[in-house]
Write a protein that binds this ligand. Structure first.
Ligand code: SAH
Length: 238
């Protein structure tokens, strides 16, 4: 009676890919909807970024029932994790010229570790700098629990960059500065390295893309955003 077993295994209803993923992991459905409605529909189309954001379990990085909602959420210690769309937009814009695989990437502002996990999912070698030791330790635990233990988390003033692993094919700054920190410019790979950083005052900023070719840096404003301040020598004073 193999046809009966077959029928049992393939119940007679239409199963869309998103329902199918729901059968093994209920959070996968929330991620699928997040990617489709909040990210793809608003114009982020890079298939690698979309795939990475479908896979990284955001709920392991933010202790909230709204982990997959279209909003920024509070972390501990007065900090904020960006809304999923902004993470996707920054990641798409920072794509290194030779792709993510094996790229050397620096993140400033580890926060929960979520953005670092998205970069690690893209198979980049990630160093992430956080000024707050408690947040850094929590992020390292989140990353390990989610299977991204390869991300190097360090404590320091990220406005100085992290010279030990420079140059970087991509730099993502997830806190807002008054201007582009000179050390970060210098640590970008001269061969097409890309940095994405919110630049402006404390109330509002422009997400800015910086692209380095030799000793020339090209800047372009992408999108108005609001980030928590980048506090440090080349940021806002503490
Ligand atoms: N990318 C994070 C969210 C970052 S919130 C995530 O995915 O969850 C911004 C973070 O930048 C905060 O944790 C804040 O402590 C940190 N920060 C601010 N100034 C910094 C500096 N100079 N160096 C490193 N981290 C800094």
């Amino acid at each position: 009676m193999s046809w009966i077993r077959g029928w049992r295994r393939w119940p007679n209803r239409r199963v869309s890919p998103e329902d199918a993923s729901d059968e093994t992991d209920p959070t996968a459905r929330a991620r699928e909807r997040m990617v489709r409605e909040q990210i793809e529909n608003r114009g982020v189309r890079d298939p690698e970024v979309l795939a990475a954001m479908r896979r990284v379990p955001r709920h392991l990085f933010v202790d909230s029932a709204w982990a997959y909602d279209d909003r920024a959420l509070p972390l501990s210690r007065g900090q904020t994790i960006s809304q999923p769309f902004v993470v996707a937009l920054m990641t798409q814009a920072a794509r290194p010229p030779r792709g993510w695989h094996g790229a050397r990437v620096l993140e400033i502002g580890t926060g929960s570790g979520y953005q670092a996990a998205v970069l690690a999912e893209l198979a980049a070698a990630v160093v992430s700098v956080e000024r707050d030791p408690e947040l850094s330790a929590q992020a390292a635990r989140n990353l390990a629990a989610a299977g991204y233990g390869g991300v190097v988390t360090v404590v320091g003033d990220g406005t100085q960059g992290w010279p030990a692993s420079a140059p970087y094919d991509a730099i993502l700054v997830t806190a807002a500065g008054p201007s582009i920190p000179a050390p970060l410019r210098e640590q970008l790979n001269p061969d097409g390295g890309r940095m994405v950083i919110p630049i402006g005052d404390r109330e509002g900023q422009w997400l800015t893309l910086v692209e380095r070719h030799g000793d020339e840096w090209h800047e372009r404003s992408l999108e108005p955003v609001v980030f928590v301040p980048l506090i440090g020598t080349h940021g806002y004073g503490g």
